[in-house]
Design a protein. Sequence first.
Length: 425
Amino acid sequence: MKRLNLFIFSLLLLISALSQAQTTKEEVFKDITQAGGIYKSYSYTPTPGTPAPKGYQPFYISHYGRHGSRWLDPESYYTIPNTILKEAHQNKKLTEFGESLYTRIQVIAKDAEARYGALSPRGVREHKEIAERMFRSFPEVFSTANGRKCFIYSRSTTVPRCIISMAANNERLKELNPEIEIQREAYDRNTYLNNRNKNKTSEKDSITAQYTRFFYKHFDSNRFIAKVFNDTDYAKKQVSDPYTFISNIYSINADLQDIDYLNVSLADVFTNDELFALWQTINLRMYYYCGPSAAYGTDAINSAKLLLKNILEGADQAIQNGKVSADLRFGHDVFIIPLLALMDVKGMNGREADPEKVYQVWSDFKVSPMGVNLQLVFFRNNQTKDILVKILHCEKEVTIPVKTDIAPYYHWKDFKAYYEQKLAK
């Protein structure tokens, strides 16, 4: 029976790993919000966790979370299409569909005014709910029973949407247990939280050329422009950069799921095939800028080394002195994407040279939706003092290429050694 259970568990792990690593067109169409890519709002599906081996109890969590759902940033996402459509409206150059699109873009742009990049109400809810599930899943970590102290070291980048995400998380934890002590920081000196990959500046033209070439190959921009404007010559003059105009409308549409109180829909603007082509284009852009791409990925991955080093050092301190119950970090997609690749998390580290196949090995909505969070949960056997750790990505167990006989749990000594070797390279 024990062997059968082990076989079933291994099979489930394999199925889960394959589903994370591979994306199909049909999968995206099944839930079209996934075509929003990095703007995919956070969603949680209850997933049973694997019980810890007998004798092990959770005592510490190391966490990195992207801010929750937000408005678009910069302002130009809204103003470029809105300005073009407004001028065309005034000159009576819009089709009936174009007029409808203009009316809706106006409403959305007005709502976003002076809130560019800010955390939305949905984003606040996402982080409160993530915090509560973390608290209830691992109550021992947050317990203050029998005189135990629960001290949380929480820090954020200095960007307001990250600070408010941290505040929402911390507030909910304090509501659940007012005796928790939390130290909060939002300093630029915490460079490990925002260690940007600066080498991409020199490669920007090359990257832009590749994903825009992909866009024009797979998206019929002329057909879309003709759908919006009733004068072809006028449209060619006013829309000198179809990619920016169309991709901005795509981003506005994708972000509507993050601003979920607006009674506005752009569901009729793009066909499913058009959305798929647009998503692939933006997915390619993210892959080249901060993912593990074959062409540019080495620099991106190396940019996460300071963050991984901080994670290992924080865990060592928590294990040795027991003063910190949780290290909570809040930042951005451009930081957690390279971290997941550096850590070789299954489905997050795929390298593919062919732009046509990138989406099959790496999908931004799986790697980094809004509110994406990485939780390293540590367990101790009080008799043997052995330490185990398991990894949760978006609150689901994931695997790494570290040898273990108790997956998805890894012995801390093996876990640490694997990543120390990576940091030394």
